[in-house]
Write a protein that binds this ligand. Structure first.
Ligand code: NAD
Length: 254
């Protein structure tokens, strides 16, 4: 039985993780931390305001779904206390990832921008398609409470596409009438367009084009439970994955 703590336990994802951990016979929810929800009780565990509750409860694996600013403090703290981390928080820079790699030496960390199997496959398919097309643009659509843009999934998709091909047609735009109309440039210069739309959860399209044809790879998350099988799997596997593992692909053999 793996003893699991949650940081960001009062958030939308944190509460879904608490439900999933409590429902899994191989995991036990032992601690929950979130200053915004301190005092509330989740599946019999009182939400604490500070990280030290995780050590007090003997958490072996800690799941973090917060904001990048908070995780920059939390993750080195977990590493220092020998706890494994499963991280869904997005908005990290390459420097952040390098810092996490140096911190996690005695325990391990799995960081995934998207824990939904369909999104992992979308990224893999995009990587496979990239060498065969001349144009690519990413459109990501998220709910209207999301604080970072573009999404971690869009950035990771752009990274994968860029690692698979750098041979893209030039952007024909000569005059931008409305600033930002052509989106932002992600890794490898891949254009990313971020939409924030009330009523949605998380959606992404990767649109490829070549002579006379297009290929659109689309993934839609309609409910946060879509992320939970991936989170539960990472909680069970993180102890076996030395250091920092990026993405769920490795754990799924993709
Ligand atoms: P949310 O705003 O509902 O929840 C975030 C919670 O973190 C809040 O309750 C807040 O009080 C808490 N928090 C902030 N600072 C904290 C700290 N220092 N210590 C403890 N708790 C702290 O947001 P959300 O929709 O649950 O998303 C959380 C994160 O997960 C975001 O970064 C989002 O992009 C990411 N996300 C990732 C995936 C994935 O599959 N990897 C899926 C959905 C969302």
């Amino acid at each position: 039985m793996v003893r699991v703590g949650i940081v960001g336990a009062a958030g939308r994802m944190g509460r879904a993780v608490a439900d999933a951990v409590s429902a899994d016979p191989g995991l036990e929810l032992v601690a929950a931390v979130d200053p915004a929800g301190a005092g509330a009780v989740l599946h019999g565990v009182e939400v604490a305001p500070e990280l030290r509750a995780l050590a007090g409860a003997g958490a072996q694996v800690v799941v973090d779904f917060t904001v990048a600013d908070a995780a920059r403090t939390t993750l080195p703290w977990l590493a220092m206390h020998g706890m494994h981390a499963v991280v869904g928080t997005t908005g990290f820079s390459d420097d952040d990832l390098a810092a996490f790699r140096s911190a996690f030496t005695a325990s391990n960390c799995v960081i995934a921008a998207n824990f939904a199997i369909g999104a992992v496959l979308m990224m893999r398919f995009a990587e496979m398609a990239a060498p065969w097309f001349d144009s690519v643009e990413i459109v990501e659509i998220h709910h209207d409470q999301k604080v970072d843009a573009p999404s971690g999934t869009a950035l990771e998709t752009a990274r994968r596409i860029a690692s698979s091909s750098s041979d893209w047609a030039a952007d024909p735009t000569r005059k931008v009438v409305v600033g930002g109309a052509r989106g932002g440039r992600g890794p490898g210069g891949v254009p990313i367009h971020s939409l924030r739309v009330r009523g949605t959860v998380a959606n992404q399209e990767v649109v490829f084009g070549a002579q006379g044809q297009t290929l659109t790879i689309r993934h839609d998350t309609v409910d946060r439970t879509s992320f939970m099988p991936g989170v539960v799997l990472a909680c069970k596997k993180v102890a076996e994955r030395k250091g920092v593992t990026l993405g769920l692909g490795d754990l799924l053999g993709l």
